[in-house]
Design a protein around this ligand. Structure first.
Ligand code: SF4
Ligand code: FES
Length: 334
């Protein structure tokens, strides 16, 4: 007998390991029925339960106890039960509540997408596009903070922070002592600048990649270009500190920034070190692979042709790499 449990989400049934969250069960199905997640991050232990964007309706609790759950639940924090039935996009109640969540997330968020470096790859922007209202009903002044430099490569712009805690969990994960957290409560909550103490860590730059909005940005890339004008290319190098697998963001022949590679849910595949991220901005530092796959729904996909001939500099590099490989294969035969 299978130990797996059955859950049905928006009419699609899947069998998953006991202990799986509804969100991860939905991710095993994939597609439109997967709830959005602004705070949960599968690579960060303890994350989730903060933003409420992943709410769903449990219309049948389980085979043993079929009563529905009385309120909408956070799918990233609710474990599936055998025979559970869940509604996400098939429930008007969920969609209405989610649009309320987006409204709350936007209460203090500035509408500065035209100048924000995260525009084009911002989870909040995408969420608002899909679920947001056209107008704000909020008439009060938004919270404002001074920008804070976290070392010379990262900047914290608290005005845009949605308090998802991802950077807190990342800082906890990469340092041995807790050096970072959220200070104060309620309307006064803010990311503590003790994050500065985590900056010496080789992996501190990953806070930029896990931040779902433009609150933590790469100072070496800030205001240098709109992300949809750049061409992402997958590349790797032999790095002693991390996997060395990255995405290079080209403008012409220049590498404007280096990020970790992200999966379909916008989560990094593997964290990368600061040397790869900030210090290796020459094509010659990397072995180029292929144009990064970008979903058609993303604005970055505009003018991004994955089957087209790569840029001249990349073609030359690929040819050289190919020639070296053939040469190596020849010599290894003797
Ligand atoms: S700075 Fe970014 S990652 Fe950190 S809590 Fe705010 S939104 Fe989340
Ligand atoms: S993703 Fe579930 S509460 Fe934020």
């Amino acid at each position: 007998m299978s130990d797996k449990v059955k859950v049905t989400i928006d009419g699609i049934t899947v069998e998953v390991e006991p202990g799986t969250s509804i969100l991860n069960a939905a991710r095993q199905i994939g597609g439109d029925i997967v709830p959005p997640a602004m705070c949960y991050y599968s690579k960060l232990e303890g994350s989730g339960g903060k933003c409420r964007t992943c709410i769903v309706k449990v219309s049948k609790g389980s085979e043993k106890d079929p009563r529905p759950m009385p309120k909408l639940v956070a799918s990233c924090r609710t474990t599936v039960m055998d025979g559970m039935e869940v509604q996400n996009i098939t429930s008007p109640e969920v969609l209405e509540a989610r649009s309320g969540v987006v409204e709350i997330l936007l209460i203090n968020h500035p509408l500065d997408c035209p100048v924000c470096d995260q525009a084009g790859e911002c989870d909040l922007q995408n969420l608002t596009y899909e679920h947001g209202l056209q107008k704000t009903r909020y008439e009060f002044e938004r919270r404002t903070f001074d920008r804070i430099d976290i070392g010379d490569k990262i900047q914290l712009h608290m005005n845009r922070c949605i308090l998802c805690y991802r950077c807190v969990f990342l800082a906890d994960q990469i340092t041995e002592q807790r050096v970072h957290g959220v200070l104060n409560r309620g309307d006064h909550s803010e990311i503590s600048t003790y994050i500065q103490q985590a900056v010496d860590n080789d992996f501190s730059g990953n806070v930029i990649d896990v931040c779902p909005v433009g609150a933590l940005t790469d100072k070496t890339f800030r205001f240098r270009n709109r992300v949809w004008f750049t061409k992402p290319i997958d590349a790797h190098r032999d790095c002693p500190t991390c996997s060395g697998k990255v995405t290079l963001w080209y403008k012409g022949e220049n590498v404007l920034r280096v990020t970790a590679r992200k999966d379909v849910y916008g989560e990094v595949e593997a964290f990368i070190c600061n040397t790869c991220r900030f210090e290796k901005k020459q094509t010659s530092d990397w072995v180029l692979e292929q144009p990064t796959h970008i979903s058609d729904a993303s604005v970055i996909a505009s003018n991004h042709y994955e089957t087209m001939q790569p840029l001249p500099v990349i073609q030359v590099n690929l040819k050289l790499q190919q020639a070296n490989k053939i040469e190596l294969e020849k010599t290894s035969k003797f």
